[in-house]
Write a protein that binds this ligand. Sequence first.
Ligand code: AMP
Ligand code: ZN
Length: 117
Amino acid sequence: MSDHQEACIFCRIAAGDMETAFVVETDRVVAFDDISPQAPIHVQVIPKRHVDSVHELGSGDTALWAEILDVANRVAVKKGVDESGFRLVSNAGPDSGQEVHHLHVHVLGGKKLGPIA
Ligand code: AMP
Ligand code: ZN
C-alpha cells in the first residue's frame, strides 16, 4: 500500500484493514455504515481506488460512477428505504465541508430529511 493509502481512512476501510462490515461489495466499490450517523440509515458508498472527490472523476470513470450509483441503490433496498425514500450526497471541496478526501456518496434515509442546505 502507498503512503497515501496508509493515511487515507477510506482506503484502509476498502482494503479491509479496519475490519469494517460491508453492506454491499463489488469488485470496485464498497458500502459501509457511517461511524457517526446523521439519520437512521447513513451509509457511505466509495470506490476501492483512491479518488479525492467526485470532481476528480474523468471521462474514463463513467462505468465506475454508474457502479457507485448501482451500489447506492442496492444499499437502499438492503436497508429497507427504497420505498420510503433516501438521499444521495457527495461533498467536494472546501465549501461543501468535505472532511474525508476520498470520494464517498452518503446514502441517507429512514426519516423525513430536512432541507438540503
Ligand atoms: P464528508 O463530510 O462528506 O467528508 O463526510 C465524511 C463522513 O465520513 C462523515 O459522515 C463521517 O462520520 C464519516 N466517517 C469518518 N470516518 C469514518 C469511519 N472510520 N467509518 C465510517 N464512517 C466514517
Ligand atoms: Zn483513499
